[in-house]
Structures are given as C-alpha cells and as structure tokens.
Design a protein around this ligand. Sequence first.
Ligand SMILES: [Zn+2]
Ligand SMILES: [Zn+2]
Length: 177
Amino acid sequence: MPPIERLMRNVVLDGTCWRATKGIRKDGYCQIEVAGKKVLGHRLSYEHFTGPIADGLKLDHVRERGCRFRSCINPAHLEPVTHGENIRRGTQAERTRAYYDALWANRTHCDHGHRLAEVGIYTEERDGMVTRKCAGCRRETKSETHRKAMADPAKAASIRERNRLAVARYRAKRAAA
Ligand SMILES: [Zn+2]
Ligand SMILES: [Zn+2]
C-alpha cells in the first residue's frame, strides 16, 4: 500500500485539521515509515498533495488557517517557511504556553476560589498543545467524574477492566526489562 494511503487511513477530521492518530511522537508530530526510513506525516502529505518542499525549508502548521495540531497533515494548513521564520512564529506549544501564562499571571485564585499558591497549576502537554489549569479544580473534576462513573455498574466494570489491563501491561513491561 502506498505510504500516503497508510497515512490517510489513520486520519480523523478535527475541525478542519486532518489529525493523524497513529505514529504520534512525543513532540506531537506524526511519523510514518517509508522504505525503512521514518518520515514526518505532514511533510509526506504536503509533498503528495501540493508539491515538493524546497531544500532546507520547514513546514509550519499555520494557526491562522485554523490549524490546531502538530499531528495535522492537512496540506492547506501547512506552509513551507525557513527555519528562522518557523522559530519566529514559535511552536503551537510555545504559543499556547504563552497564552496560559498570560491568563494565569497575577491571579491568586481560580474562578472556583482555589488559592493557586496552595493547589498549584496543572500543566499538560499533549499533541503540541499546552494546557494549564487550576490543579485544585482538576483534582475535583477528576474525582467527581470518577465517582459518577463508578456509580454506573457498566462503567465501573469497564474502568476495572481497563485498570486490570494497565496493570498487566505494566507487569509485562517490567518482566521484559
Ligand atoms: Zn491543521
Ligand atoms: Zn480551582
């Protein structure tokens, strides 16, 4: 099967992004193996649908075109830029981090009255996005969601099953190491 087909098989539409769901690296980009070599999914897609990328140019995921994911391979969201320009624009993670930094700067309490100095701010970095929220709120939402789910026998069973599998995977990994 041609690489582009393998890539397109594991894409979901998310807004106008073509979000790859397989081969996602830690930094949020997707990669795919082509003839024994790892290539970036968004570069493969761009070259297939739009055309070759000139030597030394990076493909920028353009937020102004509605792009929200590093794992996005929509060629219409991608623009070849020089490495310097790419850095100047900053990564999505940097931009989102700056957004949340500004949002939380000078705040002592969250909207729900948690004292931030006490509960802390929770940071999550996933898929090239940084999210920062009140750690107190997050803990409460998590435990509330958990409590509700456990009250439903079907959900409780699936949570227990998921935990059991996670433990089994963890043990297998430890045994293999
Ligand atoms: Zn996109
Ligand atoms: Zn809070």
